[in-house]
Design a protein around this ligand. Structure first.
Ligand code: MG
Length: 269
């Protein structure tokens, strides 16, 4: 256990998933605000990280503010930002995109200097994001361009988006599976668990992987990201660590309050 305490003692930055980690739907977890206050009192920085590309950063900041959480825009990272970073870094020649996504997603991409190519014009690449109003004609057109060899990006691999409604919100990963099936072509999948997302956060906050924690409630995105980027992963789960099937997290806690207790204790040892 001693090495665990040493590892916790070194933490200077905490990256948090949002839904299922700091709140559930419209309900903020009671441990969230005290946990954030504790981080501030220790001088530990924090970033919120979401794969959901249906909302823009200003919408997320407003969403957090409605819960009483005030953060700067650099503390909020989405898979849309990851997509922009990826294209700028790896394919600076690409500017004209065929976009499957919400109005705010398309506006956000355009705000970074890309062109939202209309149906009748030829794009340089296709980007599929989470789109609760997915248009069948646009889906078919995306498949057509992908089949004709255009580079294609899926903003994140989540198969479904959490909801309190009596329905299944088909997310980007499932739409990508459909496009992959019909075109026979593989996408570039960004968002968690692609380590590029964490690398950007470490660079922006001037911290090392061993000084960072990643907290989340989903194994194949949040915790896999921690594993892929070499940071400690904290799984939020009602089950004890050993009872979580295929648990690859460093630690498992029922809520952030317990992690806060551990961080406090590590500083006293
Ligand atoms: Mg989550």
């Amino acid at each position: 256990m001693e090495s665990d305490w040493n590892r916790l003692k070194k933490i200077r930055h905490v990256v948090m998933d949002m839904d299922g980690t700091i709140y559930q739907g419209k309900k903020l977890y009671p441990t969230t605000l005290p946990f954030l206050a504790l981080l501030r009192s220790f001088g530990i920085g924090y970033t919120f990280l979401t794969n959901n590309s249906s909302r823009g950063i200003p919408e997320y900041l407003k969403h957090l503010e409605d819960f009483g959480i005030r953060v700067e825009s650099r503390q909020m990272v989405s898979s849309t930002i990851n997509t922009v970073d990826y294209l700028r870094r790896n394919r600076p020649d690409i500017q004209r995109l065929f976009l499957l996504g919400t109005k705010s997603f398309r506006e956000e991409i355009v705000s970074y200097g890309f062109t939202d190519v209309p149906m009748e014009e030829e794009p340089e690449a296709v980007v599929a994001a989470f789109d609760p109003k997915l248009d069948f004609e646009r889906l078919c057109k995306a498949a057509w361009w992908i089949r004709h060899g255009k580079l294609w990006i899926c903003t994140h691999p989540d198969l479904e988006c959490p909801t309190e409604l009596d329905t299944t919100l088909v997310d980007c990963g499932s739409v990508a599976a459909c496009l992959r099936t019909v075109s026979g072509k593989e996408p570039i999948v960004l968002g968690k668990p692609n380590r590029e997302m964490m690398d950007t956060i470490l660079t922006v906050n001037h911290v090392r992987a061993d000084e960072t924690l990643m907290c989340g409630d989903r194994m194949y995105t949040d915790i896999q990201l921690a594993v892929n980027s070499g940071v400690a992963g904290v799984l939020i789960s009602p089950l004890p660590h050993e009872q979580v099937p295929g648990n690859i997290a460093t630690w498992t806690v029922p809520h952030l309050g317990v992690l806060g207790e551990w961080l406090s204790r590590a500083r006293e040892i």
